[in-house]
Ligand binder design. Structure first.
Ligand SMILES: O=C(O)CCC(=O)C(=O)O
Ligand SMILES: [Fe+2]
Length: 439
C-alpha cells in the first residue's frame, strides 16, 4: 500500500521530543500553538535515548502480531476487565461506513495491570521487561508533554489541575492498545473505526500501514496521516480539552483502511496507541457544562462508541462536543470560518429574510449590529432527518455589546446534511434564525 498515492495529506507539524525533554522553551511554545490549533502533531522520538522507545515498540509489535494470528476463540479467553484492559473483538463498535460495524480487534493493557502484574496475558508475561519499557516509556513521554503544556499555561491557573489530576500512584484508565484491522474479503461488512475524539488526555500513536485520517480544522476535509519512521503521532483528547477550559483542541479522527474496487481490504493494518488518561476520580467540567469524573467520561464515551452511527451522530459525547458548540464558538470568535459550513445550495432564513449560498449567508451573518457578539446556548435538541441528516433546534441568548444594552433571546434551527463525497463531514443545508425576546 503506497501512502504517497493518498491525498490530501495532513501536513502535521513535528515536535522533537529530545528538545521537550530538555525543556526547550521555543519547542514548548510551538507545541502549545499546535495543541491549540490542530490538536495533532508528529513527535520525533529518534533523538531521545537513542531511539530506545521505538526499538521496544518494534519488538512488542512483532510479538503481538504473532498473537493476533491465534483463533478468535483463543483470544476471547483473555481476561477482560473493561475497555481499558483485555481483548476487544472485531465489530464491537460502529465502523467507518454508515450502518456498519468496526473492522478491528485490539489487545489492551492497562497501566494499573502492567504495574501490579495482574491480570496480564501470558504473551506479555513472557516478555515482561520489553512491554514495561514500551508501556512506561510511553507514559513518561505523554506525562512530559502534559507537564510542558502545564508550565506553558501556568499563568492562567491551569497548572495545578493538569498535574493534580494525573498523579502516577492513582488508579486510572491509562492503557496501551495494540490494534489490528485484519484483511477483509469483498462483500463482507465492517470496516475501520468511526469518527471520534479520544476520551483521555493525550494519545501517543504509532501506525504501520495507512488508514488514519484527521478532519482538517481549516478545510473541514478528511486528510491522510502518513506513517513516519521513528515518529509517533500525538493528539489531544477530550479530558485535556476540558481541563484546559477548551483551549486545547481534541481533534476528530477515524480509521479508513484502503479497499480495492470490489470493497476488499487486501492488507493487515496494525497500530499501537498509548492513552494517557486522568485518575479515575479526577473531576472536570464536561461538554454539558456539568462536573464529571474522568472515569464517568470514559464509560460514557465507550458506551457511545458501541452505538450505531445514526445514534452516535445525535450524541455529542462521541463527537467530543457538538456541532452547536463549534458553530457558536466560531460565530463569536472567528466568524469567517463559518463559510466552510455552507454550500451553494445552503439556505438561511434570518428574521424572515432568505439568503442562499455561502457568500450571501456570510454577508447576512456579518451585519454590523452583530459585531462583538457573545452567545450562550440554553438548549440543544437533535433528531434524525432523511438522507442521514440531523435536525438541530437551538435556543439561547446573545449579547451584542456594541449596539445593544440588552440580551436577546433567540431560536435557531439547523438541518445538517452529509457533505457529498466527504465521508463523515456535514454542511448546513438550511437554517433559520429568530430573535424571540429582548431582556
Ligand atoms: O489505529 C489508529 O491509527 C487510530 C486508533 C484510534 O484512533 C483510537 O483507537 O482511538
Ligand atoms: Fe482515537
Amino acid at each position: 500500500m503506497l501512502q504517497e498515492a493518498l491525498s490530501p495529506v495532513a501536513k502535521l507539524q513535528t515536535i522533537d521530543f529530545a528538545k521537550l525533554a530538555y525543556r526547550d522553551a521555543e519547542e514548548i511554545s510551538r507545541m502549545v500553538q499546535i495543541a491549540t490549533h490542530d490538536g495533532f502533531f508528529y513527535l520525533d522520538l529518534r533523538g531521545w535515548k537513542d531511539g530506545q522507545l521505538i526499538r521496544s515498540l518494534n519488538v512488542c509489535n512483532g510479538i503481538v502480531e504473532e498473537w493476533f494470528k491465534k483463533p478468535n476463540e483463543e483470544k476471547a479467553k483473555t481476561v477482560t476487565l473493561s475497555d481499558a484492559h483485555g481483548y476487544k473483538p472485531v465489530g464491537q463498535q460502529s465502523g467507518v461506513k454508515e450502518g456498519q460495524r468496526d473492522g478491528y480487534e485490539s489487545l489492551r493493557l492497562s497501566r494499573d495491570a502492567q504495574l501490579s502484574r495482574d491480570p496480564l496475558p501470558e504473551v506479555v508475561r513472557q516478555s515482561l521487561l520489553t512491554f514495561d519499557d514500551l508501556h512506561f516509556g510511553a507514559h513518561l513521554v505523554t506525562k512530559t508533554i502534559l507537564s510542558a503544556l502545564a508550565d506553558a499555561t501556568s499563568n492562567d491557573g491551569k497548572i495545578q489541575s493538569f498535574l493534580n489530576t494525573h498523579l502516577d500512584d492513582k488508579q486510572s484508565r491509562s492503557a496501551l492498545y495494540f490494534l489490528h484491522h485484519p484483511p477483509k474479503p469483498a462483500g463482507s461488512q465492517g470496516l475501520g473505526q468511526n469518527i471520534h475524539t479520544d476520551a483521555g488526555t493525550l494519545t501517543l500513536l504509532f501506525t504501520q500501514q495507512p488508514g488514519l485520517q484527521v478532519l482538517s480544522p481549516t478545510t473541514g476535509e478528511w486528510e491522510w496521516v502518513h506513517t513516519r519512521e521513528g515518529h509517533g503521532v500525538v493528539n489531544v483528547g477530550d479530558t485535556l480539552r476540558f481541563l484546559s477550559g477548551e483551549r486545547f483542541r481534541s481533534a476528530l479522527h477515524r480509521v479508513l483502511p484502503l479497499t480495492d474496487e470490489l470493497g476488499a481490504q487486501p492488507y493487515d493494518r496494525y497500530s499501537t496507541a498509548y492513552f494517557l488518561r486522568a485518575a479515575d476520580d479526577a473531576v472536570f467540567i464536561g461538554n454539558d457544562g456539568k462536573n464529571t469524573t474522568a472515569d464517568e467520561w470514559f464509560l460514557r464515551k465507550f458506551h457511545s462508541f458501541t452505538q450505531d452511527r445514526s445514534v452516535q451522530r445525535l450524541d455529542s459525547v462521541a463527537f467530543g462536543g457538538s456541532f452547536v458548540k463549534h458553530y457558536y464558538a466560531a460565530f463569536d470568535n472567528d466568524r469567517t470560518s463559518l463559510a466552510n459550513l455552507y454550500r451553494a445550495e445552503s439556505m438561511l432564513v434570518w428574521e424572515g429574510q432568505p439568503h442562499q449560498g455561502a457568500e450571501n449567508i456570510m454577508t447576512a451573518c456579518n451585519r454590523p449590529e452583530f459585531e462583538a457578539v457573545q452567545t450562550v446556548v440554553t438548549t440543544t435538541d437533535a433528531t434524525p432527518a432523511p438522507q442521514s441528516g440531523v435536525l438541530v433546534a437551538v435556543t439561547g441568548r446573545i449579547s451584542a455589546n456594541k449596539h445593544y444594552d440588552k440580551t436577546l433571546v433567540f431560536a435557531s434551527t439547523f438541518l445538517l446534511q452529509p457533505t457529498p463525497g466527504q465521508l463523515g463531514g456535514y454542511f448546513i443545508y438550511s437554517q433559520t434564525f429568530r430573535i424571540i425576546a429582548d431582556l
